[in-house]
Ligand binder design. Structure first.
Ligand SMILES: [Zn+2]
Length: 76
């Protein structure tokens, strides 16, 4: 799962990062640079649902991995 910082005042979103703490750091950097350290209205840190894999996609990738392993075992 990845996370993003969003600033509602600037209507901008950070690139996805690996952890909530990294997204909070993105927010701190944005506040310092764009808002002189003030907290803008409607800012948030949360999961990045745009790049999130659904359960179906995760299961399909797992099945594909199992098929690849099975195919490799037959070659040996
Ligand atoms: Zn902003």
């Amino acid at each position: 799962m990845s996370y993003r910082y969003r600033c509602g005042q600037c209507r901008t979103t950070s690139p996805p990062v690996a952890t909530r703490r990294a997204a909070e750091a993105e927010g701190a950097w944005h506040r310092a640079r764009e808002h002189s350290g003030h907290h803008p209205d409607d800012e948030s840190v949360g999961p990045d649902h745009e790049n999130e894999l659904g359960v179906g996609a995760a299961l399909a990738l797992l099945l594909l991995g199992c098929l690849i392993v099975a195919a490799c075992n037959r070659l040996i």
